[in-house]
Design a protein around this ligand. Sequence first.
Ligand SMILES: [Zn+2]
Length: 329
Amino acid sequence: MEGLKLDWRKGLDSSFLSHTPMDFYQSFSNPTLFEIDGESDECLFISTLLHGNETTGFYSLQRFLKQFENKKPKRNLLVLIGNPQAARADVRHLPKQKDFNRIWREESLELVNSLLQGLAQRKVFACVDIHNTTGKNPPYSVIHNLSEEYLALAKVFSENIIYFVQPKEALSVRLSEDYLAMTIECGLSSRRDSIDEVFTFLNALHDKDHSELKIQERPKVYNSYGRLFVPKDAEFAFDSLSHVDFSFIPDIEDLNFKSVKAGHVFGNYYSEKRLILLDREDKDISDEYIEYKNGEISFKKGVRPSLLTSNSSSVRQDVLGYLMESVKY
Ligand SMILES: [Zn+2]
């Protein structure tokens, strides 16, 4: 598989600070890890651009690292720029590549082996993998362990916390087995306000000590229980107007993370085709949750959606969105 050699670079290469995600490959064509010496040998590992078109982390890291051109960070920093070739093409991954956030059990791959070995030889404080979502979502943290320090780490970034342990091949799921690790999801790519938020978060985390990773009370944590699909042969639009099988409301993404009441209309239907809602065991639970009446599609029960997207190709390849419930723990 192409582009899977990991280049380790000692020090902060200032040319990194002047690149965009799209031209980063001109100086660094492989996945590249910058190792910047700090005051303490404990290291903070931050990764981004595992998905080439999710650029918030890249710009936030440039601002964060610029502060250390002339002074040492408090602790060692390990910064991984995951997929420069995909970033060049502004895509999640190239057609010939695997998804770089689904490879972290394949220790035969040099990238995987090199990173895991490198971390094992170091004293790791925490690991953060930075991503964006395709649709509009508030910023949220994703953890894979519900013990106190993981919850406290999640809260440094956001009060919105999601918990899951699948897919096991995702980087932060793999790293959570050995280290304090999480993913942060920063909403749509490259928005200035989310770059500011991540920059603030990186500074806050960099300043924290282990002893400060505590919580007063258990925060609400969500987990998705349902995946909502549009049937493969259906036509759909997001304008509430088109007479196709499903015409969803244009601002469907605004429902993400909100408590949506029973009866809330999120689209119109013009055929006998029906959406498909599958639970964790792939059981069809559509009838329990979705109502079709007088041409309108609504929720039968109160729900809390996430990752609803109006990006048609995402809907075709994957899902319309998820439904979440709070985790009892
Ligand atoms: Zn991603």
